[in-house]
Design a protein around this ligand. Sequence first.
Ligand SMILES: [Zn+2]
Length: 433
Amino acid sequence: MINVFVLDKDHKPLMPCRPARARRLLKGGRARVHKLHPFTIRIVDRTLAESAVQPVLIKLDPGSRETGIAVVREDVKKMHYALFFINLRHRGASIRDALTARRQLRRGRRSRNLRYRAPRFLNRRRAEGWLPPSLRHRVDTTKSWVDRLRRLVPAIGLAQELVKFDTQKLENPEISGTEYQQGELAGYELKEYLLEKFGRRCVYCGKSGVPLNVEHIVPKARGGSNRISNLAIACVECNQKKGAKPIEDFLKGKPDLLKRIRSQLKTPLRDASAVNATRWALFNSLKATGLPVSVGSGALTKFNRHLYGVPKEHWLDALCVGETRRAVFDERMQVLEVYCAGRGQYKRTRTDRYGFPVAYFMRTKRPYGVGTGDIVRMSVRSGKHPGVWTGRAFATNDGSVVMLQPDFRVRGRAKNCTILARNDGYGYSLTNS
Ligand SMILES: [Zn+2]
């Protein structure tokens, strides 16, 4: 089950509806299909003024490979009800690889006849706020999806996970000595802070990727305090092995390690908010939309997730971002997987491994009006698979169009195709939440 976006007759967004209702509206002739991905209908006999809309928020959990997006309805008690989930898969790695390949070819070409030349000018300054193209892509596609969603739902605000933990909630982290109860928000913030400070690995054995606990260096049984200068991160095994022993006994014979841990304990985390340039760039571009942007820490997201019993997924993290009284979602809801596919190649030739051209790409991306990536309906009269087929087209230079079906491929002509949706640079599929 996945909700359907609804527009009024002037293309203004209304509240999304259930698929059954959309089917009824379409059958009764009261609505048209406006867009295939994400599926959107347009009601032909009603305007926004005649409809009731509720406040909708777009919430984001930006990640390096995937960004979770949750569209939620907010009620007066600040409870958040999920309306739509998107998992946006980025293509930073393929952008990086393409640029590396280009750089290497250019370098090879340059140095073939010119072994070394000192730079003639220092004119390669980078603009303020510059991000590498693979990271810039992350910010731009996420922003682009926020813009798309704003045309489909009556959004009144945005929410984003900005930092890993919130130092404000710790009240002077390096001296504060409050004991946090299990399940208290400040406890989550404290643990995230310590994880960041010790690089997410055990201070004693250096293991990472295992469950890590908060460790008292001077054990509580020996009067050790709860101050952050006495706290570290350790794996369960080391934590139990150390028990109530003083650290000098536990690390007998390892004076270097003892010295390193002692100095680490005294050094506060240099950049307290663990700044992530991409997230800040996204935050600034979201602010530029003019909508209010509320932000939360990763620790708050985790806290909400545990409090409301929500499993760990990117889109569910997005639902739990920021301050919310409750996070409600229907387990039958499907997630729209959006895969950044790009819009084809910039280069016009394929090269061999020495950089010589061996094949040329098509001059035009849309020969005979159909481009690769368009969703088309194609009628095929002869050949192995006659009939009417719908799917993603692969355009070739001679006017023939190839379409992949689950276990075979259909070949037809561009002139027998009706374009249902032009390539927008994304691939779509549905998965179960
Ligand atoms: Zn350990």
